[in-house]
Design a protein around this ligand. Structure first.
Ligand code: PLP
Length: 418
């Protein structure tokens, strides 16, 4: 074969060496097979070091002091915002609002935008695979505002079924709030098409990208969505920080969720005015070390390359899919064989309760999740109360998958239908 043709589009990272960047994976005795990255990812030394360096050298109050340390702190915080803006290709840095999490970001839009702009009788569309974080805030908006919560059903393969989502792109739709990647099924939704169709009717779209940003390239300008949310802790960054991306014109018409220090222009006894965007949405003392750690995580991921990360996770997931498919009595949910599938596999084995599978897996050093994964409407659709879930990151390897398979076989032997 022609040499040039066989070359990958990017040089492949040394995955074994990269695994060693994660102290918890190398320090654990006995070996840890961490297959719960969809819940929260592990942290590389670069992120731990950035946070430690911040506290050891650069820590000070953000946007609140005139001395050198406070200025350094403020600059680092704003530089982190810039890093996120570049990472998701926001047009303007001010379109990135720091929040505590994806959850808080969705609540901010529900309260501050939907609560102010939607009218009684209008429809808010979500899908049946939404995480509770992208379900409950809309349920409450509907209860208080009189809007209607509409749900895009799923077909047998766990894909969105637009055929039966009648009226979704119609005049009565006030907002579509949808996940880019399902945290249970791993389905990658056709978010570009959804936004394109919504744009034609001027329907605003919020994308829950908690399982997408940091796992694949996300470009908010190309996507042209109105809002997009994610959390740092699911993409090698620290806990307690996430972000809301909002188009400038949308943020301009959004009310703040939290009121307090740092988000005001002027406060009088009777009334007050808000600071410019994005400070308006960041009441209280900012999370400097979180922002610095978040930026370090993005730099770390970008050094590896988003294309390489996505390809690695797909390879691992497809190996895991093949391995688990060979286990008798194991039911996998969704369509993990599809190409629009990310690094998440949900399954049940025989009649064994998923918690028991997870317990036995834990005894093998395999960390998986069991439960409803904050997706009870989806569980109802699947006809189960819970599933076991293995989720993969680029730092996983073939041994992790072998250990998972062994653990499931042991669970079957101990508790399964024999
Ligand atoms: N959306 C999806 C798809 C998720 O998987 C999660 C967390 O698991 C969230 C939202 C909420 O993220 P956080 O708990 O970081 O706010």
């Amino acid at each position: 074969m022609d040499q040039a043709q066989s070359k990958p589009v990017f040089s492949l990272p040394d995955w074994r060496a990269l695994r060693n960047d994660f102290p918890v994976l190398t320090n654990s005795q006995p070996a840890l097979h961490y297959l719960d990255s969809a819940a929260s990812s592990q942290k590389p030394q670069a992120v731990i070091d950035a946070i430690s360096h911040c506290y050891s050298h650069n820590y000070g109050p953000v946007h609140r002091g005139l001395y050198a340390l406070a200025e350094v702190a403020s600059e680092a915080y704003e530089a982190a915002r810039q890093t996120i803006a570049n990472f998701v290709n926001a047009e303007n840095t001010n379109e990135i609002v720091f929040t505590r999490s994806a959850t808080e970001a969705i609540n901010l839009v529900a309260h501050g935008w939907a609560g102010q702009h939607l009218k009684p009788g209008e429809d808010i569309w979500v899908s049946q695979m939404e995480h509770h974080a992208n379900f409950l805030p809309w349920q409450r908006v509907c209860q208080t505002l009189g809007t209607r919560l509409r749900v895009i059903p799923l077909d047998e393969d766990g894909q969105l079924d637009f055929e039966t989502a009648e009226g979704i792109f119609g005049a009565n739709t006030g907002l579509i709030a949808i996940t880019q990647v399902s945290n249970v099924l791993g389905t990658i939704n056709p978010i570009e098409q959804i936004v394109r169709r919504a744009n034609r009717q001027s329907i605003p779209v919020l994308v829950d990208a908690a399982q997408a940003v940091g796992h694949m390239a996300v470009d908010v300008q190309a996507l042209n969505c109105d809002f997009l949310v994610a959390s740092a802790h699911k993409m090698c960054g620290p806990g307690g920080i996430g972000f809301l991306y909002g188009k400038q014109e949308r943020l301009a018409e959004t009310d703040p969720l939290l009121l307090g220090g740092g988000m005001v222009d002027e406060v009088d006894i009777d009334q007050s005015s808000w600071a410019e965007i994005p400070a308006r949405f960041e009441a209280g003392s900012p999370n400097l070390s979180g922002a610095v750690g978040f930026a370090a995580a993005i730099n770390y991921l970008q050094d590896i390359g988003m294309g390489a990360i996505e390809q690695r996770v797909q390879q691992l997931t497809s190996l895991a899919y093949q391995t688990l498919s060979e286990i008798d009595g194991l039911a996998l949910y969704g369509s993990p064989e599809s190409t629009s599938h990310s690094g998440i596999l949900s399954f049940n084995v025989d009649d064994i309760h998923p918690h028991d599978v997870a317990h036995i897996a834990a005894e093998h050093g395999v960390a998986i999740r069991a439960g409803h994964h904050c997706c009870q409407p989806l569980m109802q659709r699947l006809g189960v109360s819970s599933t076991a879930r293995a989720s993969f990151s680029f730092y996983n390897n073939e041994q992790d998958i072998a250990a998972l398979a062994k653990a499931i076989l042991d669970a079957k032997q101990i508790l399964g239908n024999r």
